[in-house]
Design a protein around this ligand. Structure first.
Ligand code: UDX
Ligand code: ADP
Length: 480
């Protein structure tokens, strides 16, 4: 029986291994992590991450051929294939701070593998890492090998949160990069055989190591660039009276462009896009490619611009001040169908409004109060470091409350901001919400999910990203 061990039981490791276990009953899969609370949660009825369909997959395999454990060394030493899916935060200090990946966790995982291994291993990079990480890991392993042979593969994960199980069941492609040596090719085939249990052969792409590593950064950069492109257009639409939804639709009908990933929003978030682009920028700079680095930096700049543009719009519409006003925040996760808040645009928008002394009442169906408080007190890039977290400042504590539902959040509020596109926000009784709010009542839709016409008929002043402006908003132009 082939044994697989995955180091890191997070958003990538957990769902990916659960699906491998489901699709390959003949393989034993152990997911290990140093975090006891995370492993306990994976072994309980309350999984540590919210992902549609994940519960059922885990329930079917857990205890049969899928195990979650903190006994990292035992499972690593027994495994034939080791996936490494640990966190790779952005460095917050030293060389490359604010850009380069911090490979501390990766390096310690590699050294541990070298320490405990007693048989040959295939080591698979699963977490996104900078190009050439495999080479570094190979060096650590081969210099500590004690005669054991290691083959390093890069097998980047392309799943998106919220649709992870669907994406894993039917991937557009599986990418496997390895060395062009007989040993490297044998390792590629061994991993390909795992995926071949359910993925058609023509969807499994095999490349060299560097191409696989770079393809992951490139794919995320291209996707993020699409969103920044449509968001840049949304600003122009607001200035000219065009409607960004109509523009995206017309543009996306060109089969060369395609309709997906063209929804204007308050900005992209998530653990990958910004981090991967910063990584790409750093690699370009290290290779003297300043123009290329600047090109990709602009994708992040437009994303930051979109978030601050939204905050400016809220403040300027409400007579240039939100001081002491209650603002309801609907949605805090970085997208719907996940409880994940890493790099969510809601953090920057909320911080911007708090800076203008607003009182926030936040509601998200999947994000806990504890998480919201952590996020609002954290410094940039700290989210992926197991740091000693600062409590919220006493003034922020007074300014932020968490509501149990959207109606409670909106009660007596002057304005309502929609920051995540949860389906339940489309189906709210907006007349009831309007009746309970201060007047004039404002809705700022950062995800373009409300029926603008209907809300205006109710009496709301509505701002929807990239849509023709309410006459009220035209009279109160936001600062650029
Ligand atoms: C992304 C990639 O899609 C995935 O392939 C990779 O493995 C990890 O990074 P994820 O971050 O989970 O996945 O979510 P994704 O669906 O890509 O959304 C990222 C952000 O872009 C979200 O904040 C989302 O709301 C935003 N977005 C997406 C838009 O603003 N408009 C769109 O049209 C699509
Ligand atoms: P991702 O979104 O890439 O899955 P996460 O941050 O959700 O990232 O998960 C990474 C996991 O890796 C965390 O649960 C962390 O505790 C775990 N981890 C980090 N370093 C090690 C290590 N050396 N051994 C085992 N687990 C580790």
């Amino acid at each position: 029986m082939v044994k697989i061990c995955c180091i890191g039981a997070g958003y990538v490791g957990g769902p990916t291994m659960a699906v491998i276990a489901l699709k390959c009953p003949s393989i034993e899969v152990a997911v290990v992590d140093i975090s006891v609370s995370r492993i306990n949660a994976w072994n309980s009825d309350e999984l540590p991450i919210y992902e549609p369909g994940l519960d059922e997959v885990v329930k079917q395999c857990r205890g049969k051929n899928l195990f979650f454990s903190t006994n990292v060394e035992k499972h690593v030493s027994e495994a034939d294939i080791i996936f490494v899916s640990v966190n790779t935060p952005t460095k917050t200090r030293g060389l490359g701070a604010g850009k380069a990946a911090d490979l501390t966790y990766w390096e310690s995982a590699a050294r541990m593998i070298a320490d405990v291994s007693k048989s040959d291993k295939i080591v698979v990079e699963k977490s996104t890492v900078p190009v050439k990480t495999a080479e570094a890991i190979e060096k650590i392993l081969s210099h500590n090998s004690k005669g054991i042979k290691y083959q390093i593969l890069s097998n980047p994960e392309f799943l998106a949160e919220g649709t992870a199980i669907e994406d894993l069941f039917k991937p557009d492609r599986v990418l496997i990069g390895g060395r062009d040596t007989p040993g490297g090719q044998k390792a590629i085939h061994a991993l390909r055989d795992v995926y071949a249990h359910w993925v058609p052969q023509d969807r499994i792409i095999c490349t060299n190591l560097w191409s696989a590593e770079l393809s992951k950064l490139a794919a995320n950069a291209f996707l993020a660039q699409r969103i920044s492109s449509v968001n840049a257009m949304s600003a122009l639409c607001e200035a000219t009276g065009a409607n960004v939804t109509q523009v995206s639709h017309a543009v996306g009908r060109d089969t060369r462009i395609g309709p997906k990933f063209l929804n204007a929003s308050v900005g992209f978030g998530g653990s990958c896009f910004q981090k991967d682009i910063l990584n790409l920028v750093y690699i370009c700079e290290c290779n003297g490619l300043t123009e290329v680095a600047n090109y990709w930096k602009q994708v992040i700049k437009v994303n930051d611009y979109q978030k601050s543009r939204f905050v400016n719009r809220v403040v300027s519409s409400m007579f240039n001040t939100v001081s002491g006003k209650k603002i309801a925040i609907l949605g805090f996760a970085f997208k719907k169908d996940t409880g994940d808040t890493r790099e969510t645009p809601a953090i920057d928008v909320c911080k911007g409004l708090l800076g203008d002394k607003a009182n926030l009442s936040i509601y998200d169906p999947q994000v806990t109060m504890d998480q919201i408080q952590k996020d609002l007190s954290m410094n940039k890039f700290d989210w992926d470091h197991p740091i000693h977290l600062q409590p919220m400042s006493p003034t922020t504590v007074k300014q932020v409350s968490v509501a149990w539902d959207a109606y409670e959040a909106a009660k007596d509020a002057h304005g309502l901001c929609i920051l995540t596109e949860w389906d339940e926000f489309r189906a709210l009784d907006y007349q009831k919400i309007f009746n309970s709010m201060q007047k004039p009542a404002f809705v700022f839709d950062g995800r373009n999910i409300v029926d603008v016409k209907k809300l205006r008929e109710i009496g709301f002043i509505v701002y929807s990203i990239g849509k023709p402006l309410d006459s009220w908003l035209k009279d109160m132009p936001a600062m650029a």
